[in-house]
Design a protein around this ligand. Sequence first.
Ligand code: C2E
Ligand code: CA
Ligand code: CA
Length: 745
Amino acid sequence: MNSKTIQTKDYLNPRTEAEKKLAGTLPNASLYSAEDLLHELQVHQIELEMQNEELQRALAALDVAHHRYLDLYEFAPVGYLTLSSNGEIIEINLTATTMLNVDRNDLLNHQFSNYIAPQNADNWYKKFRSMLAQKTTATNLELMLKRGDSEFYARLDCLVVINDKIPTLRITLTDITEKKRIEEELRIAAVAFDAQEGIMITNADKVVFRINKAFTDITGYSAEELIGHHPPLFKSVRHHENFYNEIWECVNSNGFWEGEIWDRRKDGEIYPQWLTITAVKDDKKTTTHYVYLHNDISSLKASEEVIKQLAFYDPLTSLPNRRLLLDRLQQALAASARSEKYGALLFIDLDNFKSLNDDLGHDMGDVLLEQVAQRLVACVREGDTVSRQGGDEFVIMMEELSEHPEEAAAKAKTIGEKILTSLNQSYQLLHREYQNTPSIGITLFIDHLHTINALMKRADIAMYEAKSAGRNTLRFYDQRMQEAVTARAALEKDLRCALEKKEFELYFQRQECTDGSTVGAEVLLRWNHPERGLILPAQFIPLAEEIGLIIPIGLWVLSSTCAQLKLWKKHKKTRKLRLAVNISARQFHQTNFNQQLCTLLKKNTISADRLILEFTESLVFQNFNDNIDSTLVKMQKLKAIGVSFSMDDFGTGYSSLYYLAKLPFDQLKIDQSFVSNIGLKSTDTTIVQTIIGMTINLGMNIIAEGVETQDQRKFLELHGCQTYQGNLLGRPMPLLEFERSLNLN
Ligand code: C2E
Ligand code: CA
Ligand code: CA
């Protein structure tokens, strides 16, 4: 605002009301001299000038005040704006424009509602209209406003001002986003404070300041009992004082500690908790409070125990399981590296456990396993691990036996023998006495010379070696065993594709009767291995039985034999020949064995009486209780269609004369071990005599195998033997050679 200078001459010629008034105050000119007048005028002029200066000063002060007001208005910490009655912005301060992040020119004369977030638009219209209608003096509301692409929380303090009957709305705008955030945090904190976790807050002197309800629930202490006091918690229950000192050292240096701790509830009960202590610090990094989070983990601990038990112990015997054993073995290897002392692994497998399970049922099997477990534990020192691997397999780990391998082996052997003796004692299974034996494989270990897997495998190999050696014995692992196992694995691989590659061939070994005529032949399997040449059955039949391949192989033998018999029907010399086929237990116990055989007979249109099935004693008697009836029925069915049966290797196995008489055998084959001892071993000579006599009494015919000398043949003939087989009469030979020997061609 510009100040106008008032000119003195204007008073002499008054025009405005003010000048006239001023002129009226002047003394009458005619009564005064010009000098007086001049003086008077000068005085007035001075007075006026003084008044003028004062006015100037007042105006300047007003100007300053106006600027200060403008600054205050524009830069106030809150936004100011005025809306017209139709909602347009007619005035707005700088703070408000900054809040909305829009230029003042773009805001003036534009609708304020453009800056209300869509979700709050309706609310704003309603409020705006009602404020204007009711001329409400002061209202406040909280709304989300737009700021560019984002939004912010604002508080609007509104005042309706009426100017010339036209209402306008003055608004004070405050950004309350931060306040809202804090409010929310407090709300969350309040809810969190009432969480499941027990919370206790103490001051820096560990005097309780606040606790939550969960804390009371866990500890049994109420807020009144604790607030203002040192809590009666974390007092040595199961932990040494040092433990607590370490906790506080950690809190003081890291600001934090967490871990499992045993504490005492108000009622005295000791329980495990997961405790977290956090130090709360101020700006100067001085601890002002401690926050304790308590989690009662007693039920968790209980489940953890159960899980641990399930995960590491065998539920039946409560012995450590395989996993725990491997874990301990790992530690034992490390320990042996330090102590330089050998330890030993003993693999123990029960002999014929499967048949016990099959005969007496799994419950009885379980009872036996429990008793075995107890005996094993009784055989070893306390620190040794007796574990059950599953089934009837147990592994014992013994540590720190000796620095010298021989001595360690001797100690392991002593324990092994102790176990053999112990497990050979009869078991009481409910009301039954039961006899069982184990096979034990042992290997020594020290340091990390071998991996855990390799060690387990060694003990396992040694155990199998004990089995092969006739069971109920123990064997130590050695290098040759390993080689045998490797070779076996290679053989198995080849065996699996031998059928497909047509590598099998049938050999025929002549059988003749006393007058020297050929009655037939025994069919003997050969494997023409592409690299290893001819392989005899002893080298692959047991493996084939073990891995189940004997079933397709056996079927191939039967089917090829039947095909051969069909071809031989054409020749006079071969039409009457009978072929004896060796049948494996597994093959015969197949449910469809009879059916397969009948199909083959039909397909080749051959008479069943051309076939003799050779069974070993083990086939018939091994799973004795279970199978004797089904074996009998199966044999009788085949017998009914004309098939004959021969009892192979008689005298070497389980020989039960009772069952031998009961089963429909036509022939008994004296094992070659007796034949070869004829004249050499008097007992064997007697056995041969007895067998022949008995067989004839039972109404069966008799054949001797492995006849190599004329003397043997003579002796057999003398004692009533009717049929002979052996190298003396002809080795097993390929088809063509065999046919040639019969003078077929
Ligand atoms: P096995 O049934 O006792 O067969 C007789 C074995 O004695 C044959 O051995 C034969 O070559 C041999 N042998 C025959 N005469 C003499 C002799 O005068 N002196 C001596 N020392 N040995 C003689 P091979 O062919 O090695 O067969 C061995 C075993 O393999 C057989 O014993 C039989 O149990 C089994 N086997 C052979 N072929 C088959 C088959 O097709 N299926 C099944 N499941 N087993 C078979
Ligand atoms: Ca045989
Ligand atoms: Ca035999």
